[in-house]
Design a protein around this ligand. Structure first.
Ligand SMILES: C[S@@+](CC[C@H](N)C(=O)[O-])C[C@H]1O[C@@H](n2cnc3c(N)ncnc32)[C@H](O)[C@@H]1O
Length: 272
């Protein structure tokens, strides 16, 4: 693409959610306030640390699925990092149009963008990628936008071959007991799921919401519990790096790595 074509594309696809850089000093401007833009870099550092620790030198063999890929920020990062291929899926074609433009304009190959919903991910991919699971799946910034988190996590687990990196907002833990059939019989909470109304954002066409106005947000314990129920054998929380985005630093957003195989140690070697 020529500089003029890139410039025209940047203007035609505005507004942008992410800051992307192109040859010749061209760039997109993120619609987020400058202090919030740091979130993307922190998330990427945390994703990279989990991916490097697990796959190590196997990275060139890794097939990656980026679920809720938006404009492709993390799909591009994984392609650049040297994975074998990336499939980016998003519910919104308007986000995918931007993602395709950025990949073309930056000259990054090996990414396929497809429209699809996490709620029906396995069936959607069965048509285009029959019998395939993805060694690495990314589920970043999406879980807290969906109304049926357990259904979505089961779908994510079904298409994950080895490891999924999940990033989500979390609500504060609430410990307690529910009565379960009589005053004497109780069950401890295994975590909390908050119901969040995203109607204002949904009705005004904000491109980051889920596919319905109802969102849910788990507590850390609920997240861990749901991941196990969905079919992940092991879940590890990733420690935020020094200088992390304030929400990650305060534990209000978390990044975790969920593994299908309990016996896989770092770099994919079988645990001794
Ligand atoms: C907050 S953005 C996060 C984007 C990116 N993964 C990141 O971490 O920066 C949420 C993205 O998920 C997409 N999305 C929301 N609900 C979805 C669903 N049910 N299925 C697939 N994509 C969805 C939105 O269109 C949007 O692109």
């Amino acid at each position: 693409m020529t500089a003029e074509q890139i410039q025209q594309g940047i203007a035609a696809h505005a507004p942008w959610f992410y800051r992307f850089e192109f040859a010749g000093g061209l760039e997109t401007t993120s619609l987020l306030p400058p202090a919030v833009v740091d979130i993307f870099e922190t998330r990427l550092r945390m994703v990279n640390s989990a991916v490097d620790a697990h796959f190590g030198a196997r990275l060139p063999e890794v097939r990656c699925l980026d679920i809720g890929c938006h404009e492709g920020f993390y799909s591009l990062a994984m392609a650049r990092k040297g994975v074998r291929g990336v499939v980016g899926v998003d519910a919104r074609e308007e986000n995918l149009r931007r993602a395709r433009f950025v990949a073309d304009a930056q000259g990054v190959a090996g990414i396929e963008y497809r429209e699809g919903r996490v709620e029906s991910l396995a069936a959607g991919l069965a048509a285009s990628h029959p019998g395939q699971t993805f060694d690495l799946t990314l589920f970043l910034g999406v879980l807290y936008h969906v109304e049926d988190p357990m259904r979505c996590l089961r779908q994510v687990a079904a298409v994950t071959g080895e490891m999924c990196v999940i990033e989500t907002q979390v609500v504060d833990e609430v410990d307690g007991f529910a009565e379960w059939g009589s005053r004497e019989w109780t069950r401890p909470y295994a975590g909390i799921i908050a119901v969040i109304d995203e109607t204002p954002e949904f009705d005004t066409g904000i491109r980051e919401t889920g596919v319905s106005p109802m969102a849910t947000c788990p507590s850390p314990k609920a997240l861990r519990y749901m991941l196990k129920q969905a079919g992940f054998a092991r879940v590890e929380m990733i420690t935020p790096p020094p200088g992390a985005y304030e929400q990650h630093a305060r534990g209000k957003r978390v990044v975790c790595a969920a593994y299908k195989d309990a016996n896989k140690a770092a770099s994919g070697q079988a645990a001794k």
